[in-house]
Design a protein around this ligand. Structure first.
Ligand code: NAD
Length: 365
């Protein structure tokens, strides 16, 4: 693996390997870009098949965080950590989290960690014993707690903005919305949509999630009818890469908009959606509610009202992205990339001004 070549291609700043023999810690932190502020990105704990897979994943995810953080207007760069575990031979432990916390402390605020796939609030609590550069712990004064409801709020607001663009009216009333994945975010999106008078359909692989959704008024459909379903909006809230060569030809939907990360299997699938006249709400714009939620802690403690105002700005951010896409005649995913890059480029321009001290944009203590 030609690591420096890969780093140079997308101008990554750091790739940091943290190892502790005693606890079995094997973590890789990738800081992609800190132009806008300290790099924020969650801790993914996963049983990777190889070190190469872990490196590939962390590099891809860190860059994604730069774009997400830039587009949603928070003062943060992008990063990610992956921790390599094996549930049988080397499971995650408190000691492992604390060892990682000590390494994060050593990064001295260039990187702040938070929850992601495989890590929990309890893990963040253990990390917090060793560093203040952690978000989403239960223990820290002014903590923000579970971000999923804010992610769902952002998706709901984003659905409205996308309807405004597609139909000229942002009401969800009467719209047939199909939600894939009725978990923390998906179910909450269903509830918002039902409240506004949408016809909400859903699917999941977990029976408990299905039962809870049924109770809320969601009509359950089979997984195999999901892509060809005669609905208005496909709302992916489970896994990534579901918009692909197999699913797109079956779509009768007008809109694809949901919380899942990396919904397009490849960037070119955004072009295919555009050709078919299906409006795609770029995932990293519509699902930024969670990071906006966590970042709010850094303004001297979490404030729900202030956070919600920022989450609701996803509406205007999406409309701007759609405007760029129309003006440039490009797919909405490409327009979203330009929108994020534009903010970074403009802020980078101010760095030419001499300043004896760099103002710290966080005060975690
Ligand atoms: P979750 O684990 O609570 O829910 C996911 C649901 O999807 C589960 O009920 C699961 O059973 C279901 N599922 C898994 N595979 C499926 C399949 N093949 N078909 C149908 N259903 C399937 O996760 P979540 O926190 O609700 O996150 C949902 C998505 O949104 C994820 O892709 C996540 O990365 C993304 N996301 C979440 C947040 C957040 O704040 N939670 C923030 C940004 C992005």
């Amino acid at each position: 693996m030609d690591i420096f070549k890969i780093m140079q291609e997308s101008d990554y700043e750091n790739l940091i390997f943290s190892q502790d023999k005693e606890t079995g810690l094997k973590a890789i932190t990738c800081i992609h870009n800190t132009t806008l502020g300290p790099a924020i990105g969650g801790l993914r704990i996963w049983n990777y098949e190889s070190e190469e897979d872990a490196i590939t994943d962390v590099i891809r995810l860190a860059k994604g965080m730069t774009y997400k953080n830039a587009a949603c207007g928070i003062y943060a760069g992008g990063a990610k950590t992956v921790m390599m575990v094996d549930p049988e031979k080397n499971p995650k432990t408190e000691e492992m989290m604390r060892a990682f916390g000590r390494f994060v402390e050593g990064m001295n605020g260039r990187y702040l960690t938070a929850e992601d796939v495989g890590s929990s609030e309890a893990d963040m609590d253990a990390i917090y014993q060793e560093t203040n550069f952690v978000l989403g712990t239960n223990m820290k004064p002014g903590t923000s707690g579970n971000p999923s409801p804010s992610t769902a709020r952002g998706v709901y607001i984003g659905l409205k903005a996308t309807c405004k663009e597609k139909y000229g009216d942002d009401s969800l009333a009467g719209k047939k919305i199909v939600v894939e994945g009725l978990g923390n975010v998906g179910l909450c999106v269903c509830k918002y949509a039902l409240e506004e008078g949408a016809e909400v359909y859903g699917t999941d692989i977990n029976e408990k999630a299905i039962e809870k959704a049924k109770e809320a008024g969601v009509k359950i459909i089979n997984r195999d009818e999901l892509y060809s379903f005669d609905g208005d909006i496909y709302c992916p809230c489970a896994l990534g890469a579901t918009v692909n060569d197999e699913s797109i030809p079956q779509f009768k939907y007008d809109i694809v908009a949901g919380s899942a990360n990396n919904q397009l299997a490849e960037e070119r699938h955004g072009d295919i959606l555009k050709e078919k006249g299906i409006l795609y709400a770029p995932d990293f714009i519509i699902n930024a509610g969670g990071v906006i939620h966590c970042h709010d802690e850094l303004y001297g403690g979490f404030n729900r009202e202030r956070m919600q105002v920022k989450v609701d700005q996803i509406y205007d951010q999406l409309l701007k992205v759609y405007e760029i896409a129309k003006k440039e005649n490009i797919s909405t995913n490409k327009a979203a990339n330009r929108y994020a890059e534009d903010r970074i480029r403009k802020v980078l321009g101010t760095k030419k001004i001499f300043n004896r001290t760099v103002k710290a944009s966080i005060n975690p203590r």
